[in-house]
Ligand binder design. Structure first.
Ligand code: MN
Length: 273
């Protein structure tokens, strides 16, 4: 199943190539603030989906004709792992590694959707880079989750671009500008991804392939990332983990078109402004 947000906070699902607007079936107010409706749905997913099917309130929609929005707008946390592919460490000439340095945070407000442009700040002379990453969405929350239990805490996956200004300032600031975390175009539930440890990720800028790698080369794998993060902080439903970028990062400029695609997950094309 795919879950998505669209047209001003409505929530939809795609099952077997058919898409439905389940907003009214779930009794969701799309204009409610804070916009945590998707987080609440993930937290009570099985019960909520029973409501949808029992009441037969689903409305068919054409997903190509709606405006998709960032599927999770207000997670409790947006965690990210630094150098988590060896070849990216080499290209950055960096001694950092996810297994040594652990995770960092990006501002939740940097999240943006599949139809939002990446808006670059006016910083002459500074390089702003794309990082192509698999995003993990947490389902059942927890603390001190073991490697063995980790996949039971994964709700699903999405494409994620970790945009960053290279330089010396605090990493959190350089990665937290508005629109610096495109995420989507939807969440694919974990049952639809056969082996998340073997997914090809690709990113193009203006049609030129810049990044092309596989999650099998992660230094800290998906169970390891969940175990490490939850040893520090309670993970909550809807939390997002950016799993780190492979090699091939590079600058983006105004006018560029950036495309990210992850097999079995989805793809999105983003304008840079
Ligand atoms: Mn990153």
């Amino acid at each position: 199943m795919k879950l998505f947000r669209f047209d001003g906070g409505r929530i939809g699902i795609t099952i077997a190539d058919h898409s439905y607007d389940i907003t009214d079936a779930l009794g969701i107010d799309p204009s409610a603030w804070p916009p945590v409706q998707m987080v609440q749905l993930i937290a009570n997913f099985e019960r909520q989906m029973r409501n949808v099917t029992e009441h037969q309130k689903t409305r068919t929609i054409d997903i190509a004709k709606v405006r998709l929005e960032v599927p999770i707008e207000w997670p409790n946390k947006l965690l990210a792992y630094p150098v988590n592919y060896a070849k990216h460490g080499l290209e950055m000439n960096s001694a950092n590694r996810a297994d040594l340095n652990g995770f960092f945070l990006k501002a939740n407000s940097s999240l943006s959707g599949p139809n939002d442009a990446i808006v670059l700040p006016d910083l002459p002379g500074r390089e702003i880079h794309h990082e192509c990453e698999l995003g993990i969405v947490i389902g059942p929350g927890g603390r001190n989750i073991s490697r063995e239990d980790a996949y039971r805490h994964v709700f699903g996956y999405a494409c994620l671009v970790d945009v960053v200004i290279r330089g010396k300032e605090e990493r959190v600031m350089r990665k937290s500008y508005d629109t610096f975390c495109p995420f989507g175009p939807w969440i694919v539930t974990a049952d639809e991804v056969a082996d998340p440890g073997n997914l090809q990720l690709r990113l193009w800028v203006n049609g030129e392939l810049r990044q092309n790698a596989n999650t099998r080369d992660l230094i800290v794998d998906i169970p390891g990332m969940i175990a490490l993060a939850s040893a520090v902080a309670t993970l909550h439903p809807g939390d997002i983990i950016a799993t780190g970028t492979p090699e091939g990062v590079g600058p983006i400029r105004r006018g560029d078109k950036l495309r990210i695609a992850i097999e079995q997950v989805g793809e999105m094309t983003l304008d840079v402004r």
